[in-house]
Design a protein. Sequence first.
Length: 142
Amino acid sequence: MKKKRQEARMSRAPGDLVGTVRALRPFVPAKDFEISKRFYADFGFRMEPLGDRLAAMHLGPHSFLLQDYYVEAWAGNFVMQVFVDDLDAWWEHLASLDLAARYGVPAPRAPRPESWGLTVAYVFDPSGVLWHIAALPAGDAS
């Protein structure tokens, strides 16, 4: 009887459940929650408060959860990627924000081709989280 109950609970394969997933969102750390919320709003995200210590940060249909929680070693090893069609336009936007002066972060690094096949610009948030703004190299429509 125990085996039959277990089979009943495992009746759906994970592949059958894919269509039920509504979002896949990482929790991104914030050393100073208020400053991080402003930084991401400037970046282009729309903030949706989810309580005193959590906010969903939306960029069109994409989002992540910004949390008022910080561990330096974790934040310093955390990387997010935004894969875009027009890296030049994103770079122009990010460079215009003067993030280094306004938030005390390292200056964004201009797009450059990387060995793994993408062209990437680099941006650090106020907590040390590294963002890759990435695109296929010009002329590559793969």
